[in-house]
Design a protein around this ligand. Structure first.
Ligand SMILES: [Zn+2]
Length: 188
């Protein structure tokens, strides 16, 4: 039986679930629906979504998307809140926000020990949809895909690209490397 909710209704708590599509967390750790729809709980991935009653705007395979990294559970999967899609004219913001998952194997070509060596929470990444979703499986392996805005792992400040894949924090000067997009970086 499906659970019907209205915008603002509580659909879970942050200790149990990550906010998925059309779900936001409030300051009390309660997860609330942002739309009218039905609740979908992914118990395996610990994500709660709300499927909107109307206006289901879906992403097709190979769509280039932009989103913010919201979690990296066990350093093995990167959870992205997809906010926009890429188009010839730039970025188009999505009305419905989707959740994307980037498995370790899709972060880059070659071996990786941990996801946090390549991306961090708060980064904005450019990625490509490789599954029919939601939740969408994304890849960041293509050279033009990767971090387009880096958040400092130390202070959260914006990071500037100083050379190939090396970033320096504009606030605290901390230097680190990430898997940066070869075609695009927002602060140079
Ligand atoms: Zn910093």
């Amino acid at each position: 039986m499906s659970e019907f909710v209205m915008p603002g209704d509580v659909v879970g708590v942050a200790e149990e679930f990550l906010p998925g599509n059309n779900v936001d967390s409030d300051s009390d750790g309660k997860l609330r629906s942002t739309v009218m729809g039905t609740v979908v709980r992914d118990a395996k991935a610990h994500i709660v979504h709300v499927k909107p009653i109307k206006d289901a705007q879906l992403l097709s395979v190979n769509t280039v998307v932009y989103g913010r990294v919201v979690a990296i559970p066990n350093d093995r999967v990167v959870i992205v809140r997809i906010t926009s899609v890429g188009s010839d004219g730039g970025l188009v913001e999505l009305k419905n926000k989707f959740t994307g998952l980037i498995p370790l194997s899709q972060l880059t070509n070659g071996r990786v020990d941990g996801a946090s060596r390549l991306v961090g929470i708060g980064d904005i990444v450019k990625a490509r949809v490789i599954s029919r979703g939601p939740p969408y499986i994304l890849t960041m392996r293509d050279p033009q895909l990767g971090v387009v805005y880096g958040a400092c792992p130390r202070c959260g400040g914006p990071m500037r690209l100083i050379n190939y894949e090396q970033l320096r924090c504009t606030v605290c000067n901390y230097v680190t490397s990430k898997k940066v997009s070869m075609s695009e970086y927002w602060i140079r």
